[in-house]
Unconditional design. Structure first.
Length: 128
């Protein structure tokens, strides 16, 4: 008789299920601690560089995504937490770049204004 008994079949089925659960447990997403640390640092750096005055929308977006990533971490939704942390870091970098761009535009305008005033002063002195 090649037919295994019901007990043997049940034991094999349970073994197969246990193996699947074990494999699924090993394949679960680990906590994105490195991504969270990068996002935390990026948002903190952006917050400390005067970005709130020059790129408040981008900074707020980064801060909101970081808060959502923290919330996802607290409920162990690590895949979502990792995605949100990456987005928060990118948004923080975008905020810094936009703020730097605004500061650069102001500095360029100030330089142009100073050059114009200097040219006007030179023209007044040479006309006499």
């Amino acid at each position: 008789m090649n037919n295994p008994s019901k007990t043997t079949r049940s034991a094999r089925a349970l073994g197969a299920i246990a193996a699947l659960v074990l494999v699924a447990g090993c394949a679960s997403t680990p906590p994105p601690t490195e991504k969270m640390a990068v996002a935390e640092a990026a948002v903190q750096r952006a917050s400390n560089s005067g970005t709130s005055a020059n790129a408040p929308g981008e900074l707020q977006l980064a801060t909101s995504k970081l808060a959502a990533a923290r919330q996802a971490m607290s409920v162990q939704d690590y895949e979502r937490a990792g995605q949100l942390a990456e987005q928060a870091a990118v948004d923080a970098q975008a905020a810094e770049i936009r703020a730097q761009s605004a500061r650069s535009r102001r500095a360029a305008q100030e330089s142009q204004d100073a050059a114009r005033v200097l040219r006007e002063e030179i023209n007044r002195k040479t006309v006499r």
